[in-house]
Design a protein around this ligand. Sequence first.
Ligand SMILES: C[S@@+](CC[C@H](N)C(=O)[O-])C[C@H]1O[C@@H](n2cnc3c(N)ncnc32)[C@H](O)[C@@H]1O
Ligand code: SF4
Ligand code: SF4
Length: 494
Amino acid sequence: MQCIVCRDKSKTFESGILKNLGLEVVKEYEVSNFFSLETYEAVMDSKMLQIPLFGIFYEEGVGGGGVIERFLAYAIEKKENLYYYPKPNVYLQVDSVALFALFGGHTPERLLIETFYKEQLLSTQYRNNLHKRLAQKFHFSSKRITLEGRPLSNLSKDWKLFEDNVANTLDITTRAKEFYPAPVHINLGTINKCNLKCSFCFFFAPEYVKTHTTDFFKEYRILDSKIVYAIMDYSAKHDSIIDLVGPCEMLVDKRIPDFIKYGKDAGVRWISMTTNGLLLDEEMADRLLESRLDSLSISIDAATPETYAKSRGGNFEKLVRNVESFLTKIEKRKVDIYITLSIILQGGAEEEVEMFKEKWSAYKAVNEIYVRNLVEKNNEGMEVSHDRNFDTSCRYTCQKPWDEIHINPDGGVMPCCTMAGAIGWENKVMGNLYEESMDAIWTNCITQKMRLDLIKGDFREWKICKDCEEWSYRSVEQENGDVLSPCIEFVKVN
Ligand SMILES: C[S@@+](CC[C@H](N)C(=O)[O-])C[C@H]1O[C@@H](n2cnc3c(N)ncnc32)[C@H](O)[C@@H]1O
Ligand code: SF4
Ligand code: SF4
C-alpha cells in the first residue's frame, strides 16, 4: 500500500516501521511545523492514495517500541489519517497533540484554518466561526480524535477507540523517558515573597494564610542561582518552555532579567513570565526588554482604582503608568514580545471587563486579554469553586505528570500548578533540586509511582489529585466548532 509521509525538517525519519507494515512511501514532505502550508499541501496530495497520509514527525529513538506500530496498524485497517507529533510549540494545548486522526472530515480545510490561526492571521472568534460554518455546511461531525497533551499515556475517553491497541500502562510508565524525555512546560518560581496581599491569593491573602498548615511561607526562600541556570540549560537541551511564575511576585527577585538573558543565550525556545506589574519601573522594563523575554502576562484585574484597591490593594495609578510606559517602549522599539493583560472576574471587576478591553486593546503591543474565572479554596487548600464547562464525570488520566513540572523557590519539584497552588497546605514533592538533578527527578521512583497511581485511579497518596478537576483542563473543540477553555477566556486583540 502506498502512503505519503510528512516529517519535521530537523528530524530523521524511521522508515523501517512503515516498511514492516507493508507501506510504500511514495512521497516525503519536509515540514517546519505541524500546522503549516506544507502539511496542507501533503494532505491535498494524499487524497489520491489508498492510505491517505501519515504525518510522522519523528525523533529517532523516541516513540518506537511497538506502540507507534500498533497505532499505525490501526490506521491502516481503518484508512485513517494519523499523525505522531511529539514536539509541541508554545501553544501547548494545541500542538502537543502527539498522535491523532485529524479532524475526521474536511481535513484540509480545517488544517488550513488552524495554520492561519497559529500564524495569528485569524482571531479566535473568526477561526471558531469558520469551523462552525464548515460543520454546518457539510453536516459532518467535527469531533476529532485527538489527545491534547502527551498522549500515549492517556487513557481518556477520546482513546476508547484505541483501547485494545494501547500499550499496557505499566509499559508506559517504565518507559516514560522514551516517550517523554523531559517536561514540555516548566513553571519556575524563584522566591516566596510578594509586594501585595491580594484578597483572592492562595499564598498571601490573610484569609488564606490563617489556614495554612505548612511552614513554606514562614521563612524567606530564594532559589540558588546555580539551580536556575541548570534549569535553563536543561530546558534548552530538551526544548522545554519556561514560565516564570510561582508563589511570589517574580519582580521582587531582581535577578530575573539576568536569568532570562542566560536562558535565551543558552537557547531556551520560549520564556514567559507573569507579574502584577507594580515593580515594572523604567529600569526593570528596559532590563526585561533587553533580556529577550518572549512573553509577559500582567495581572491588572480592574479598570478603576476603587476595584483595584478592594482586591489587590496596590497603587492603581502607578500600575497603569508602568504598563502604559512599558507598552509604549515595546511599540517604539518594535520589540518582539507577546503581551497579555489579565482581569479576574471578582470583586466588581465583572462590570469592568468591557472598559478594560477597550482601554488596553488600543495598544498595538497588547496581543491578548485573559478574562479569568476566580478560583477559590477551602481551608485545606482544596479548590471549591469551578466555573468550568467541563464534563468531569468520566475521569481519565491526568497529563500533567507527563508534561509539566513546577519548581518552587525551595527547590521542590511538583507536577502541576494545582499542587503548587496548595503549597500553603501541603508541600508534597517529587524531589528537590538541591538533592537531585531535574533529569533524575523526572523518572525517580516517586514520579513514576505517581504516574502509575494516577493511571490506575489510586489517589490514596495524592490527596490534591483526588478532588482536582485540573486533569480535564484542555481547550476542547465542540461539535459546533467552538473552543471551550475551562477557566480563561482568551481574547486576541492585536
Ligand atoms: C499567583 S499569581 C503570581 C504572579 C504575580 N504575582 C501576579 O499576581 O500576577 C499568578 C496568576 O494567578 C492569578 N490568580 C491569583 N489568585 C487567583 C485566584 N484565586 N483565582 C484565579 N486566578 C488567580 C493572578 O492574577 C496571576 O495572574
Ligand atoms: S500579586 Fe500575585 S502573588 Fe502577590 S498576592 Fe497578588 S496574586 Fe498573590
Ligand atoms: S490530578 Fe490535578 S493535582 Fe494531580 S497531577 Fe493532575 S492536575 Fe495536578
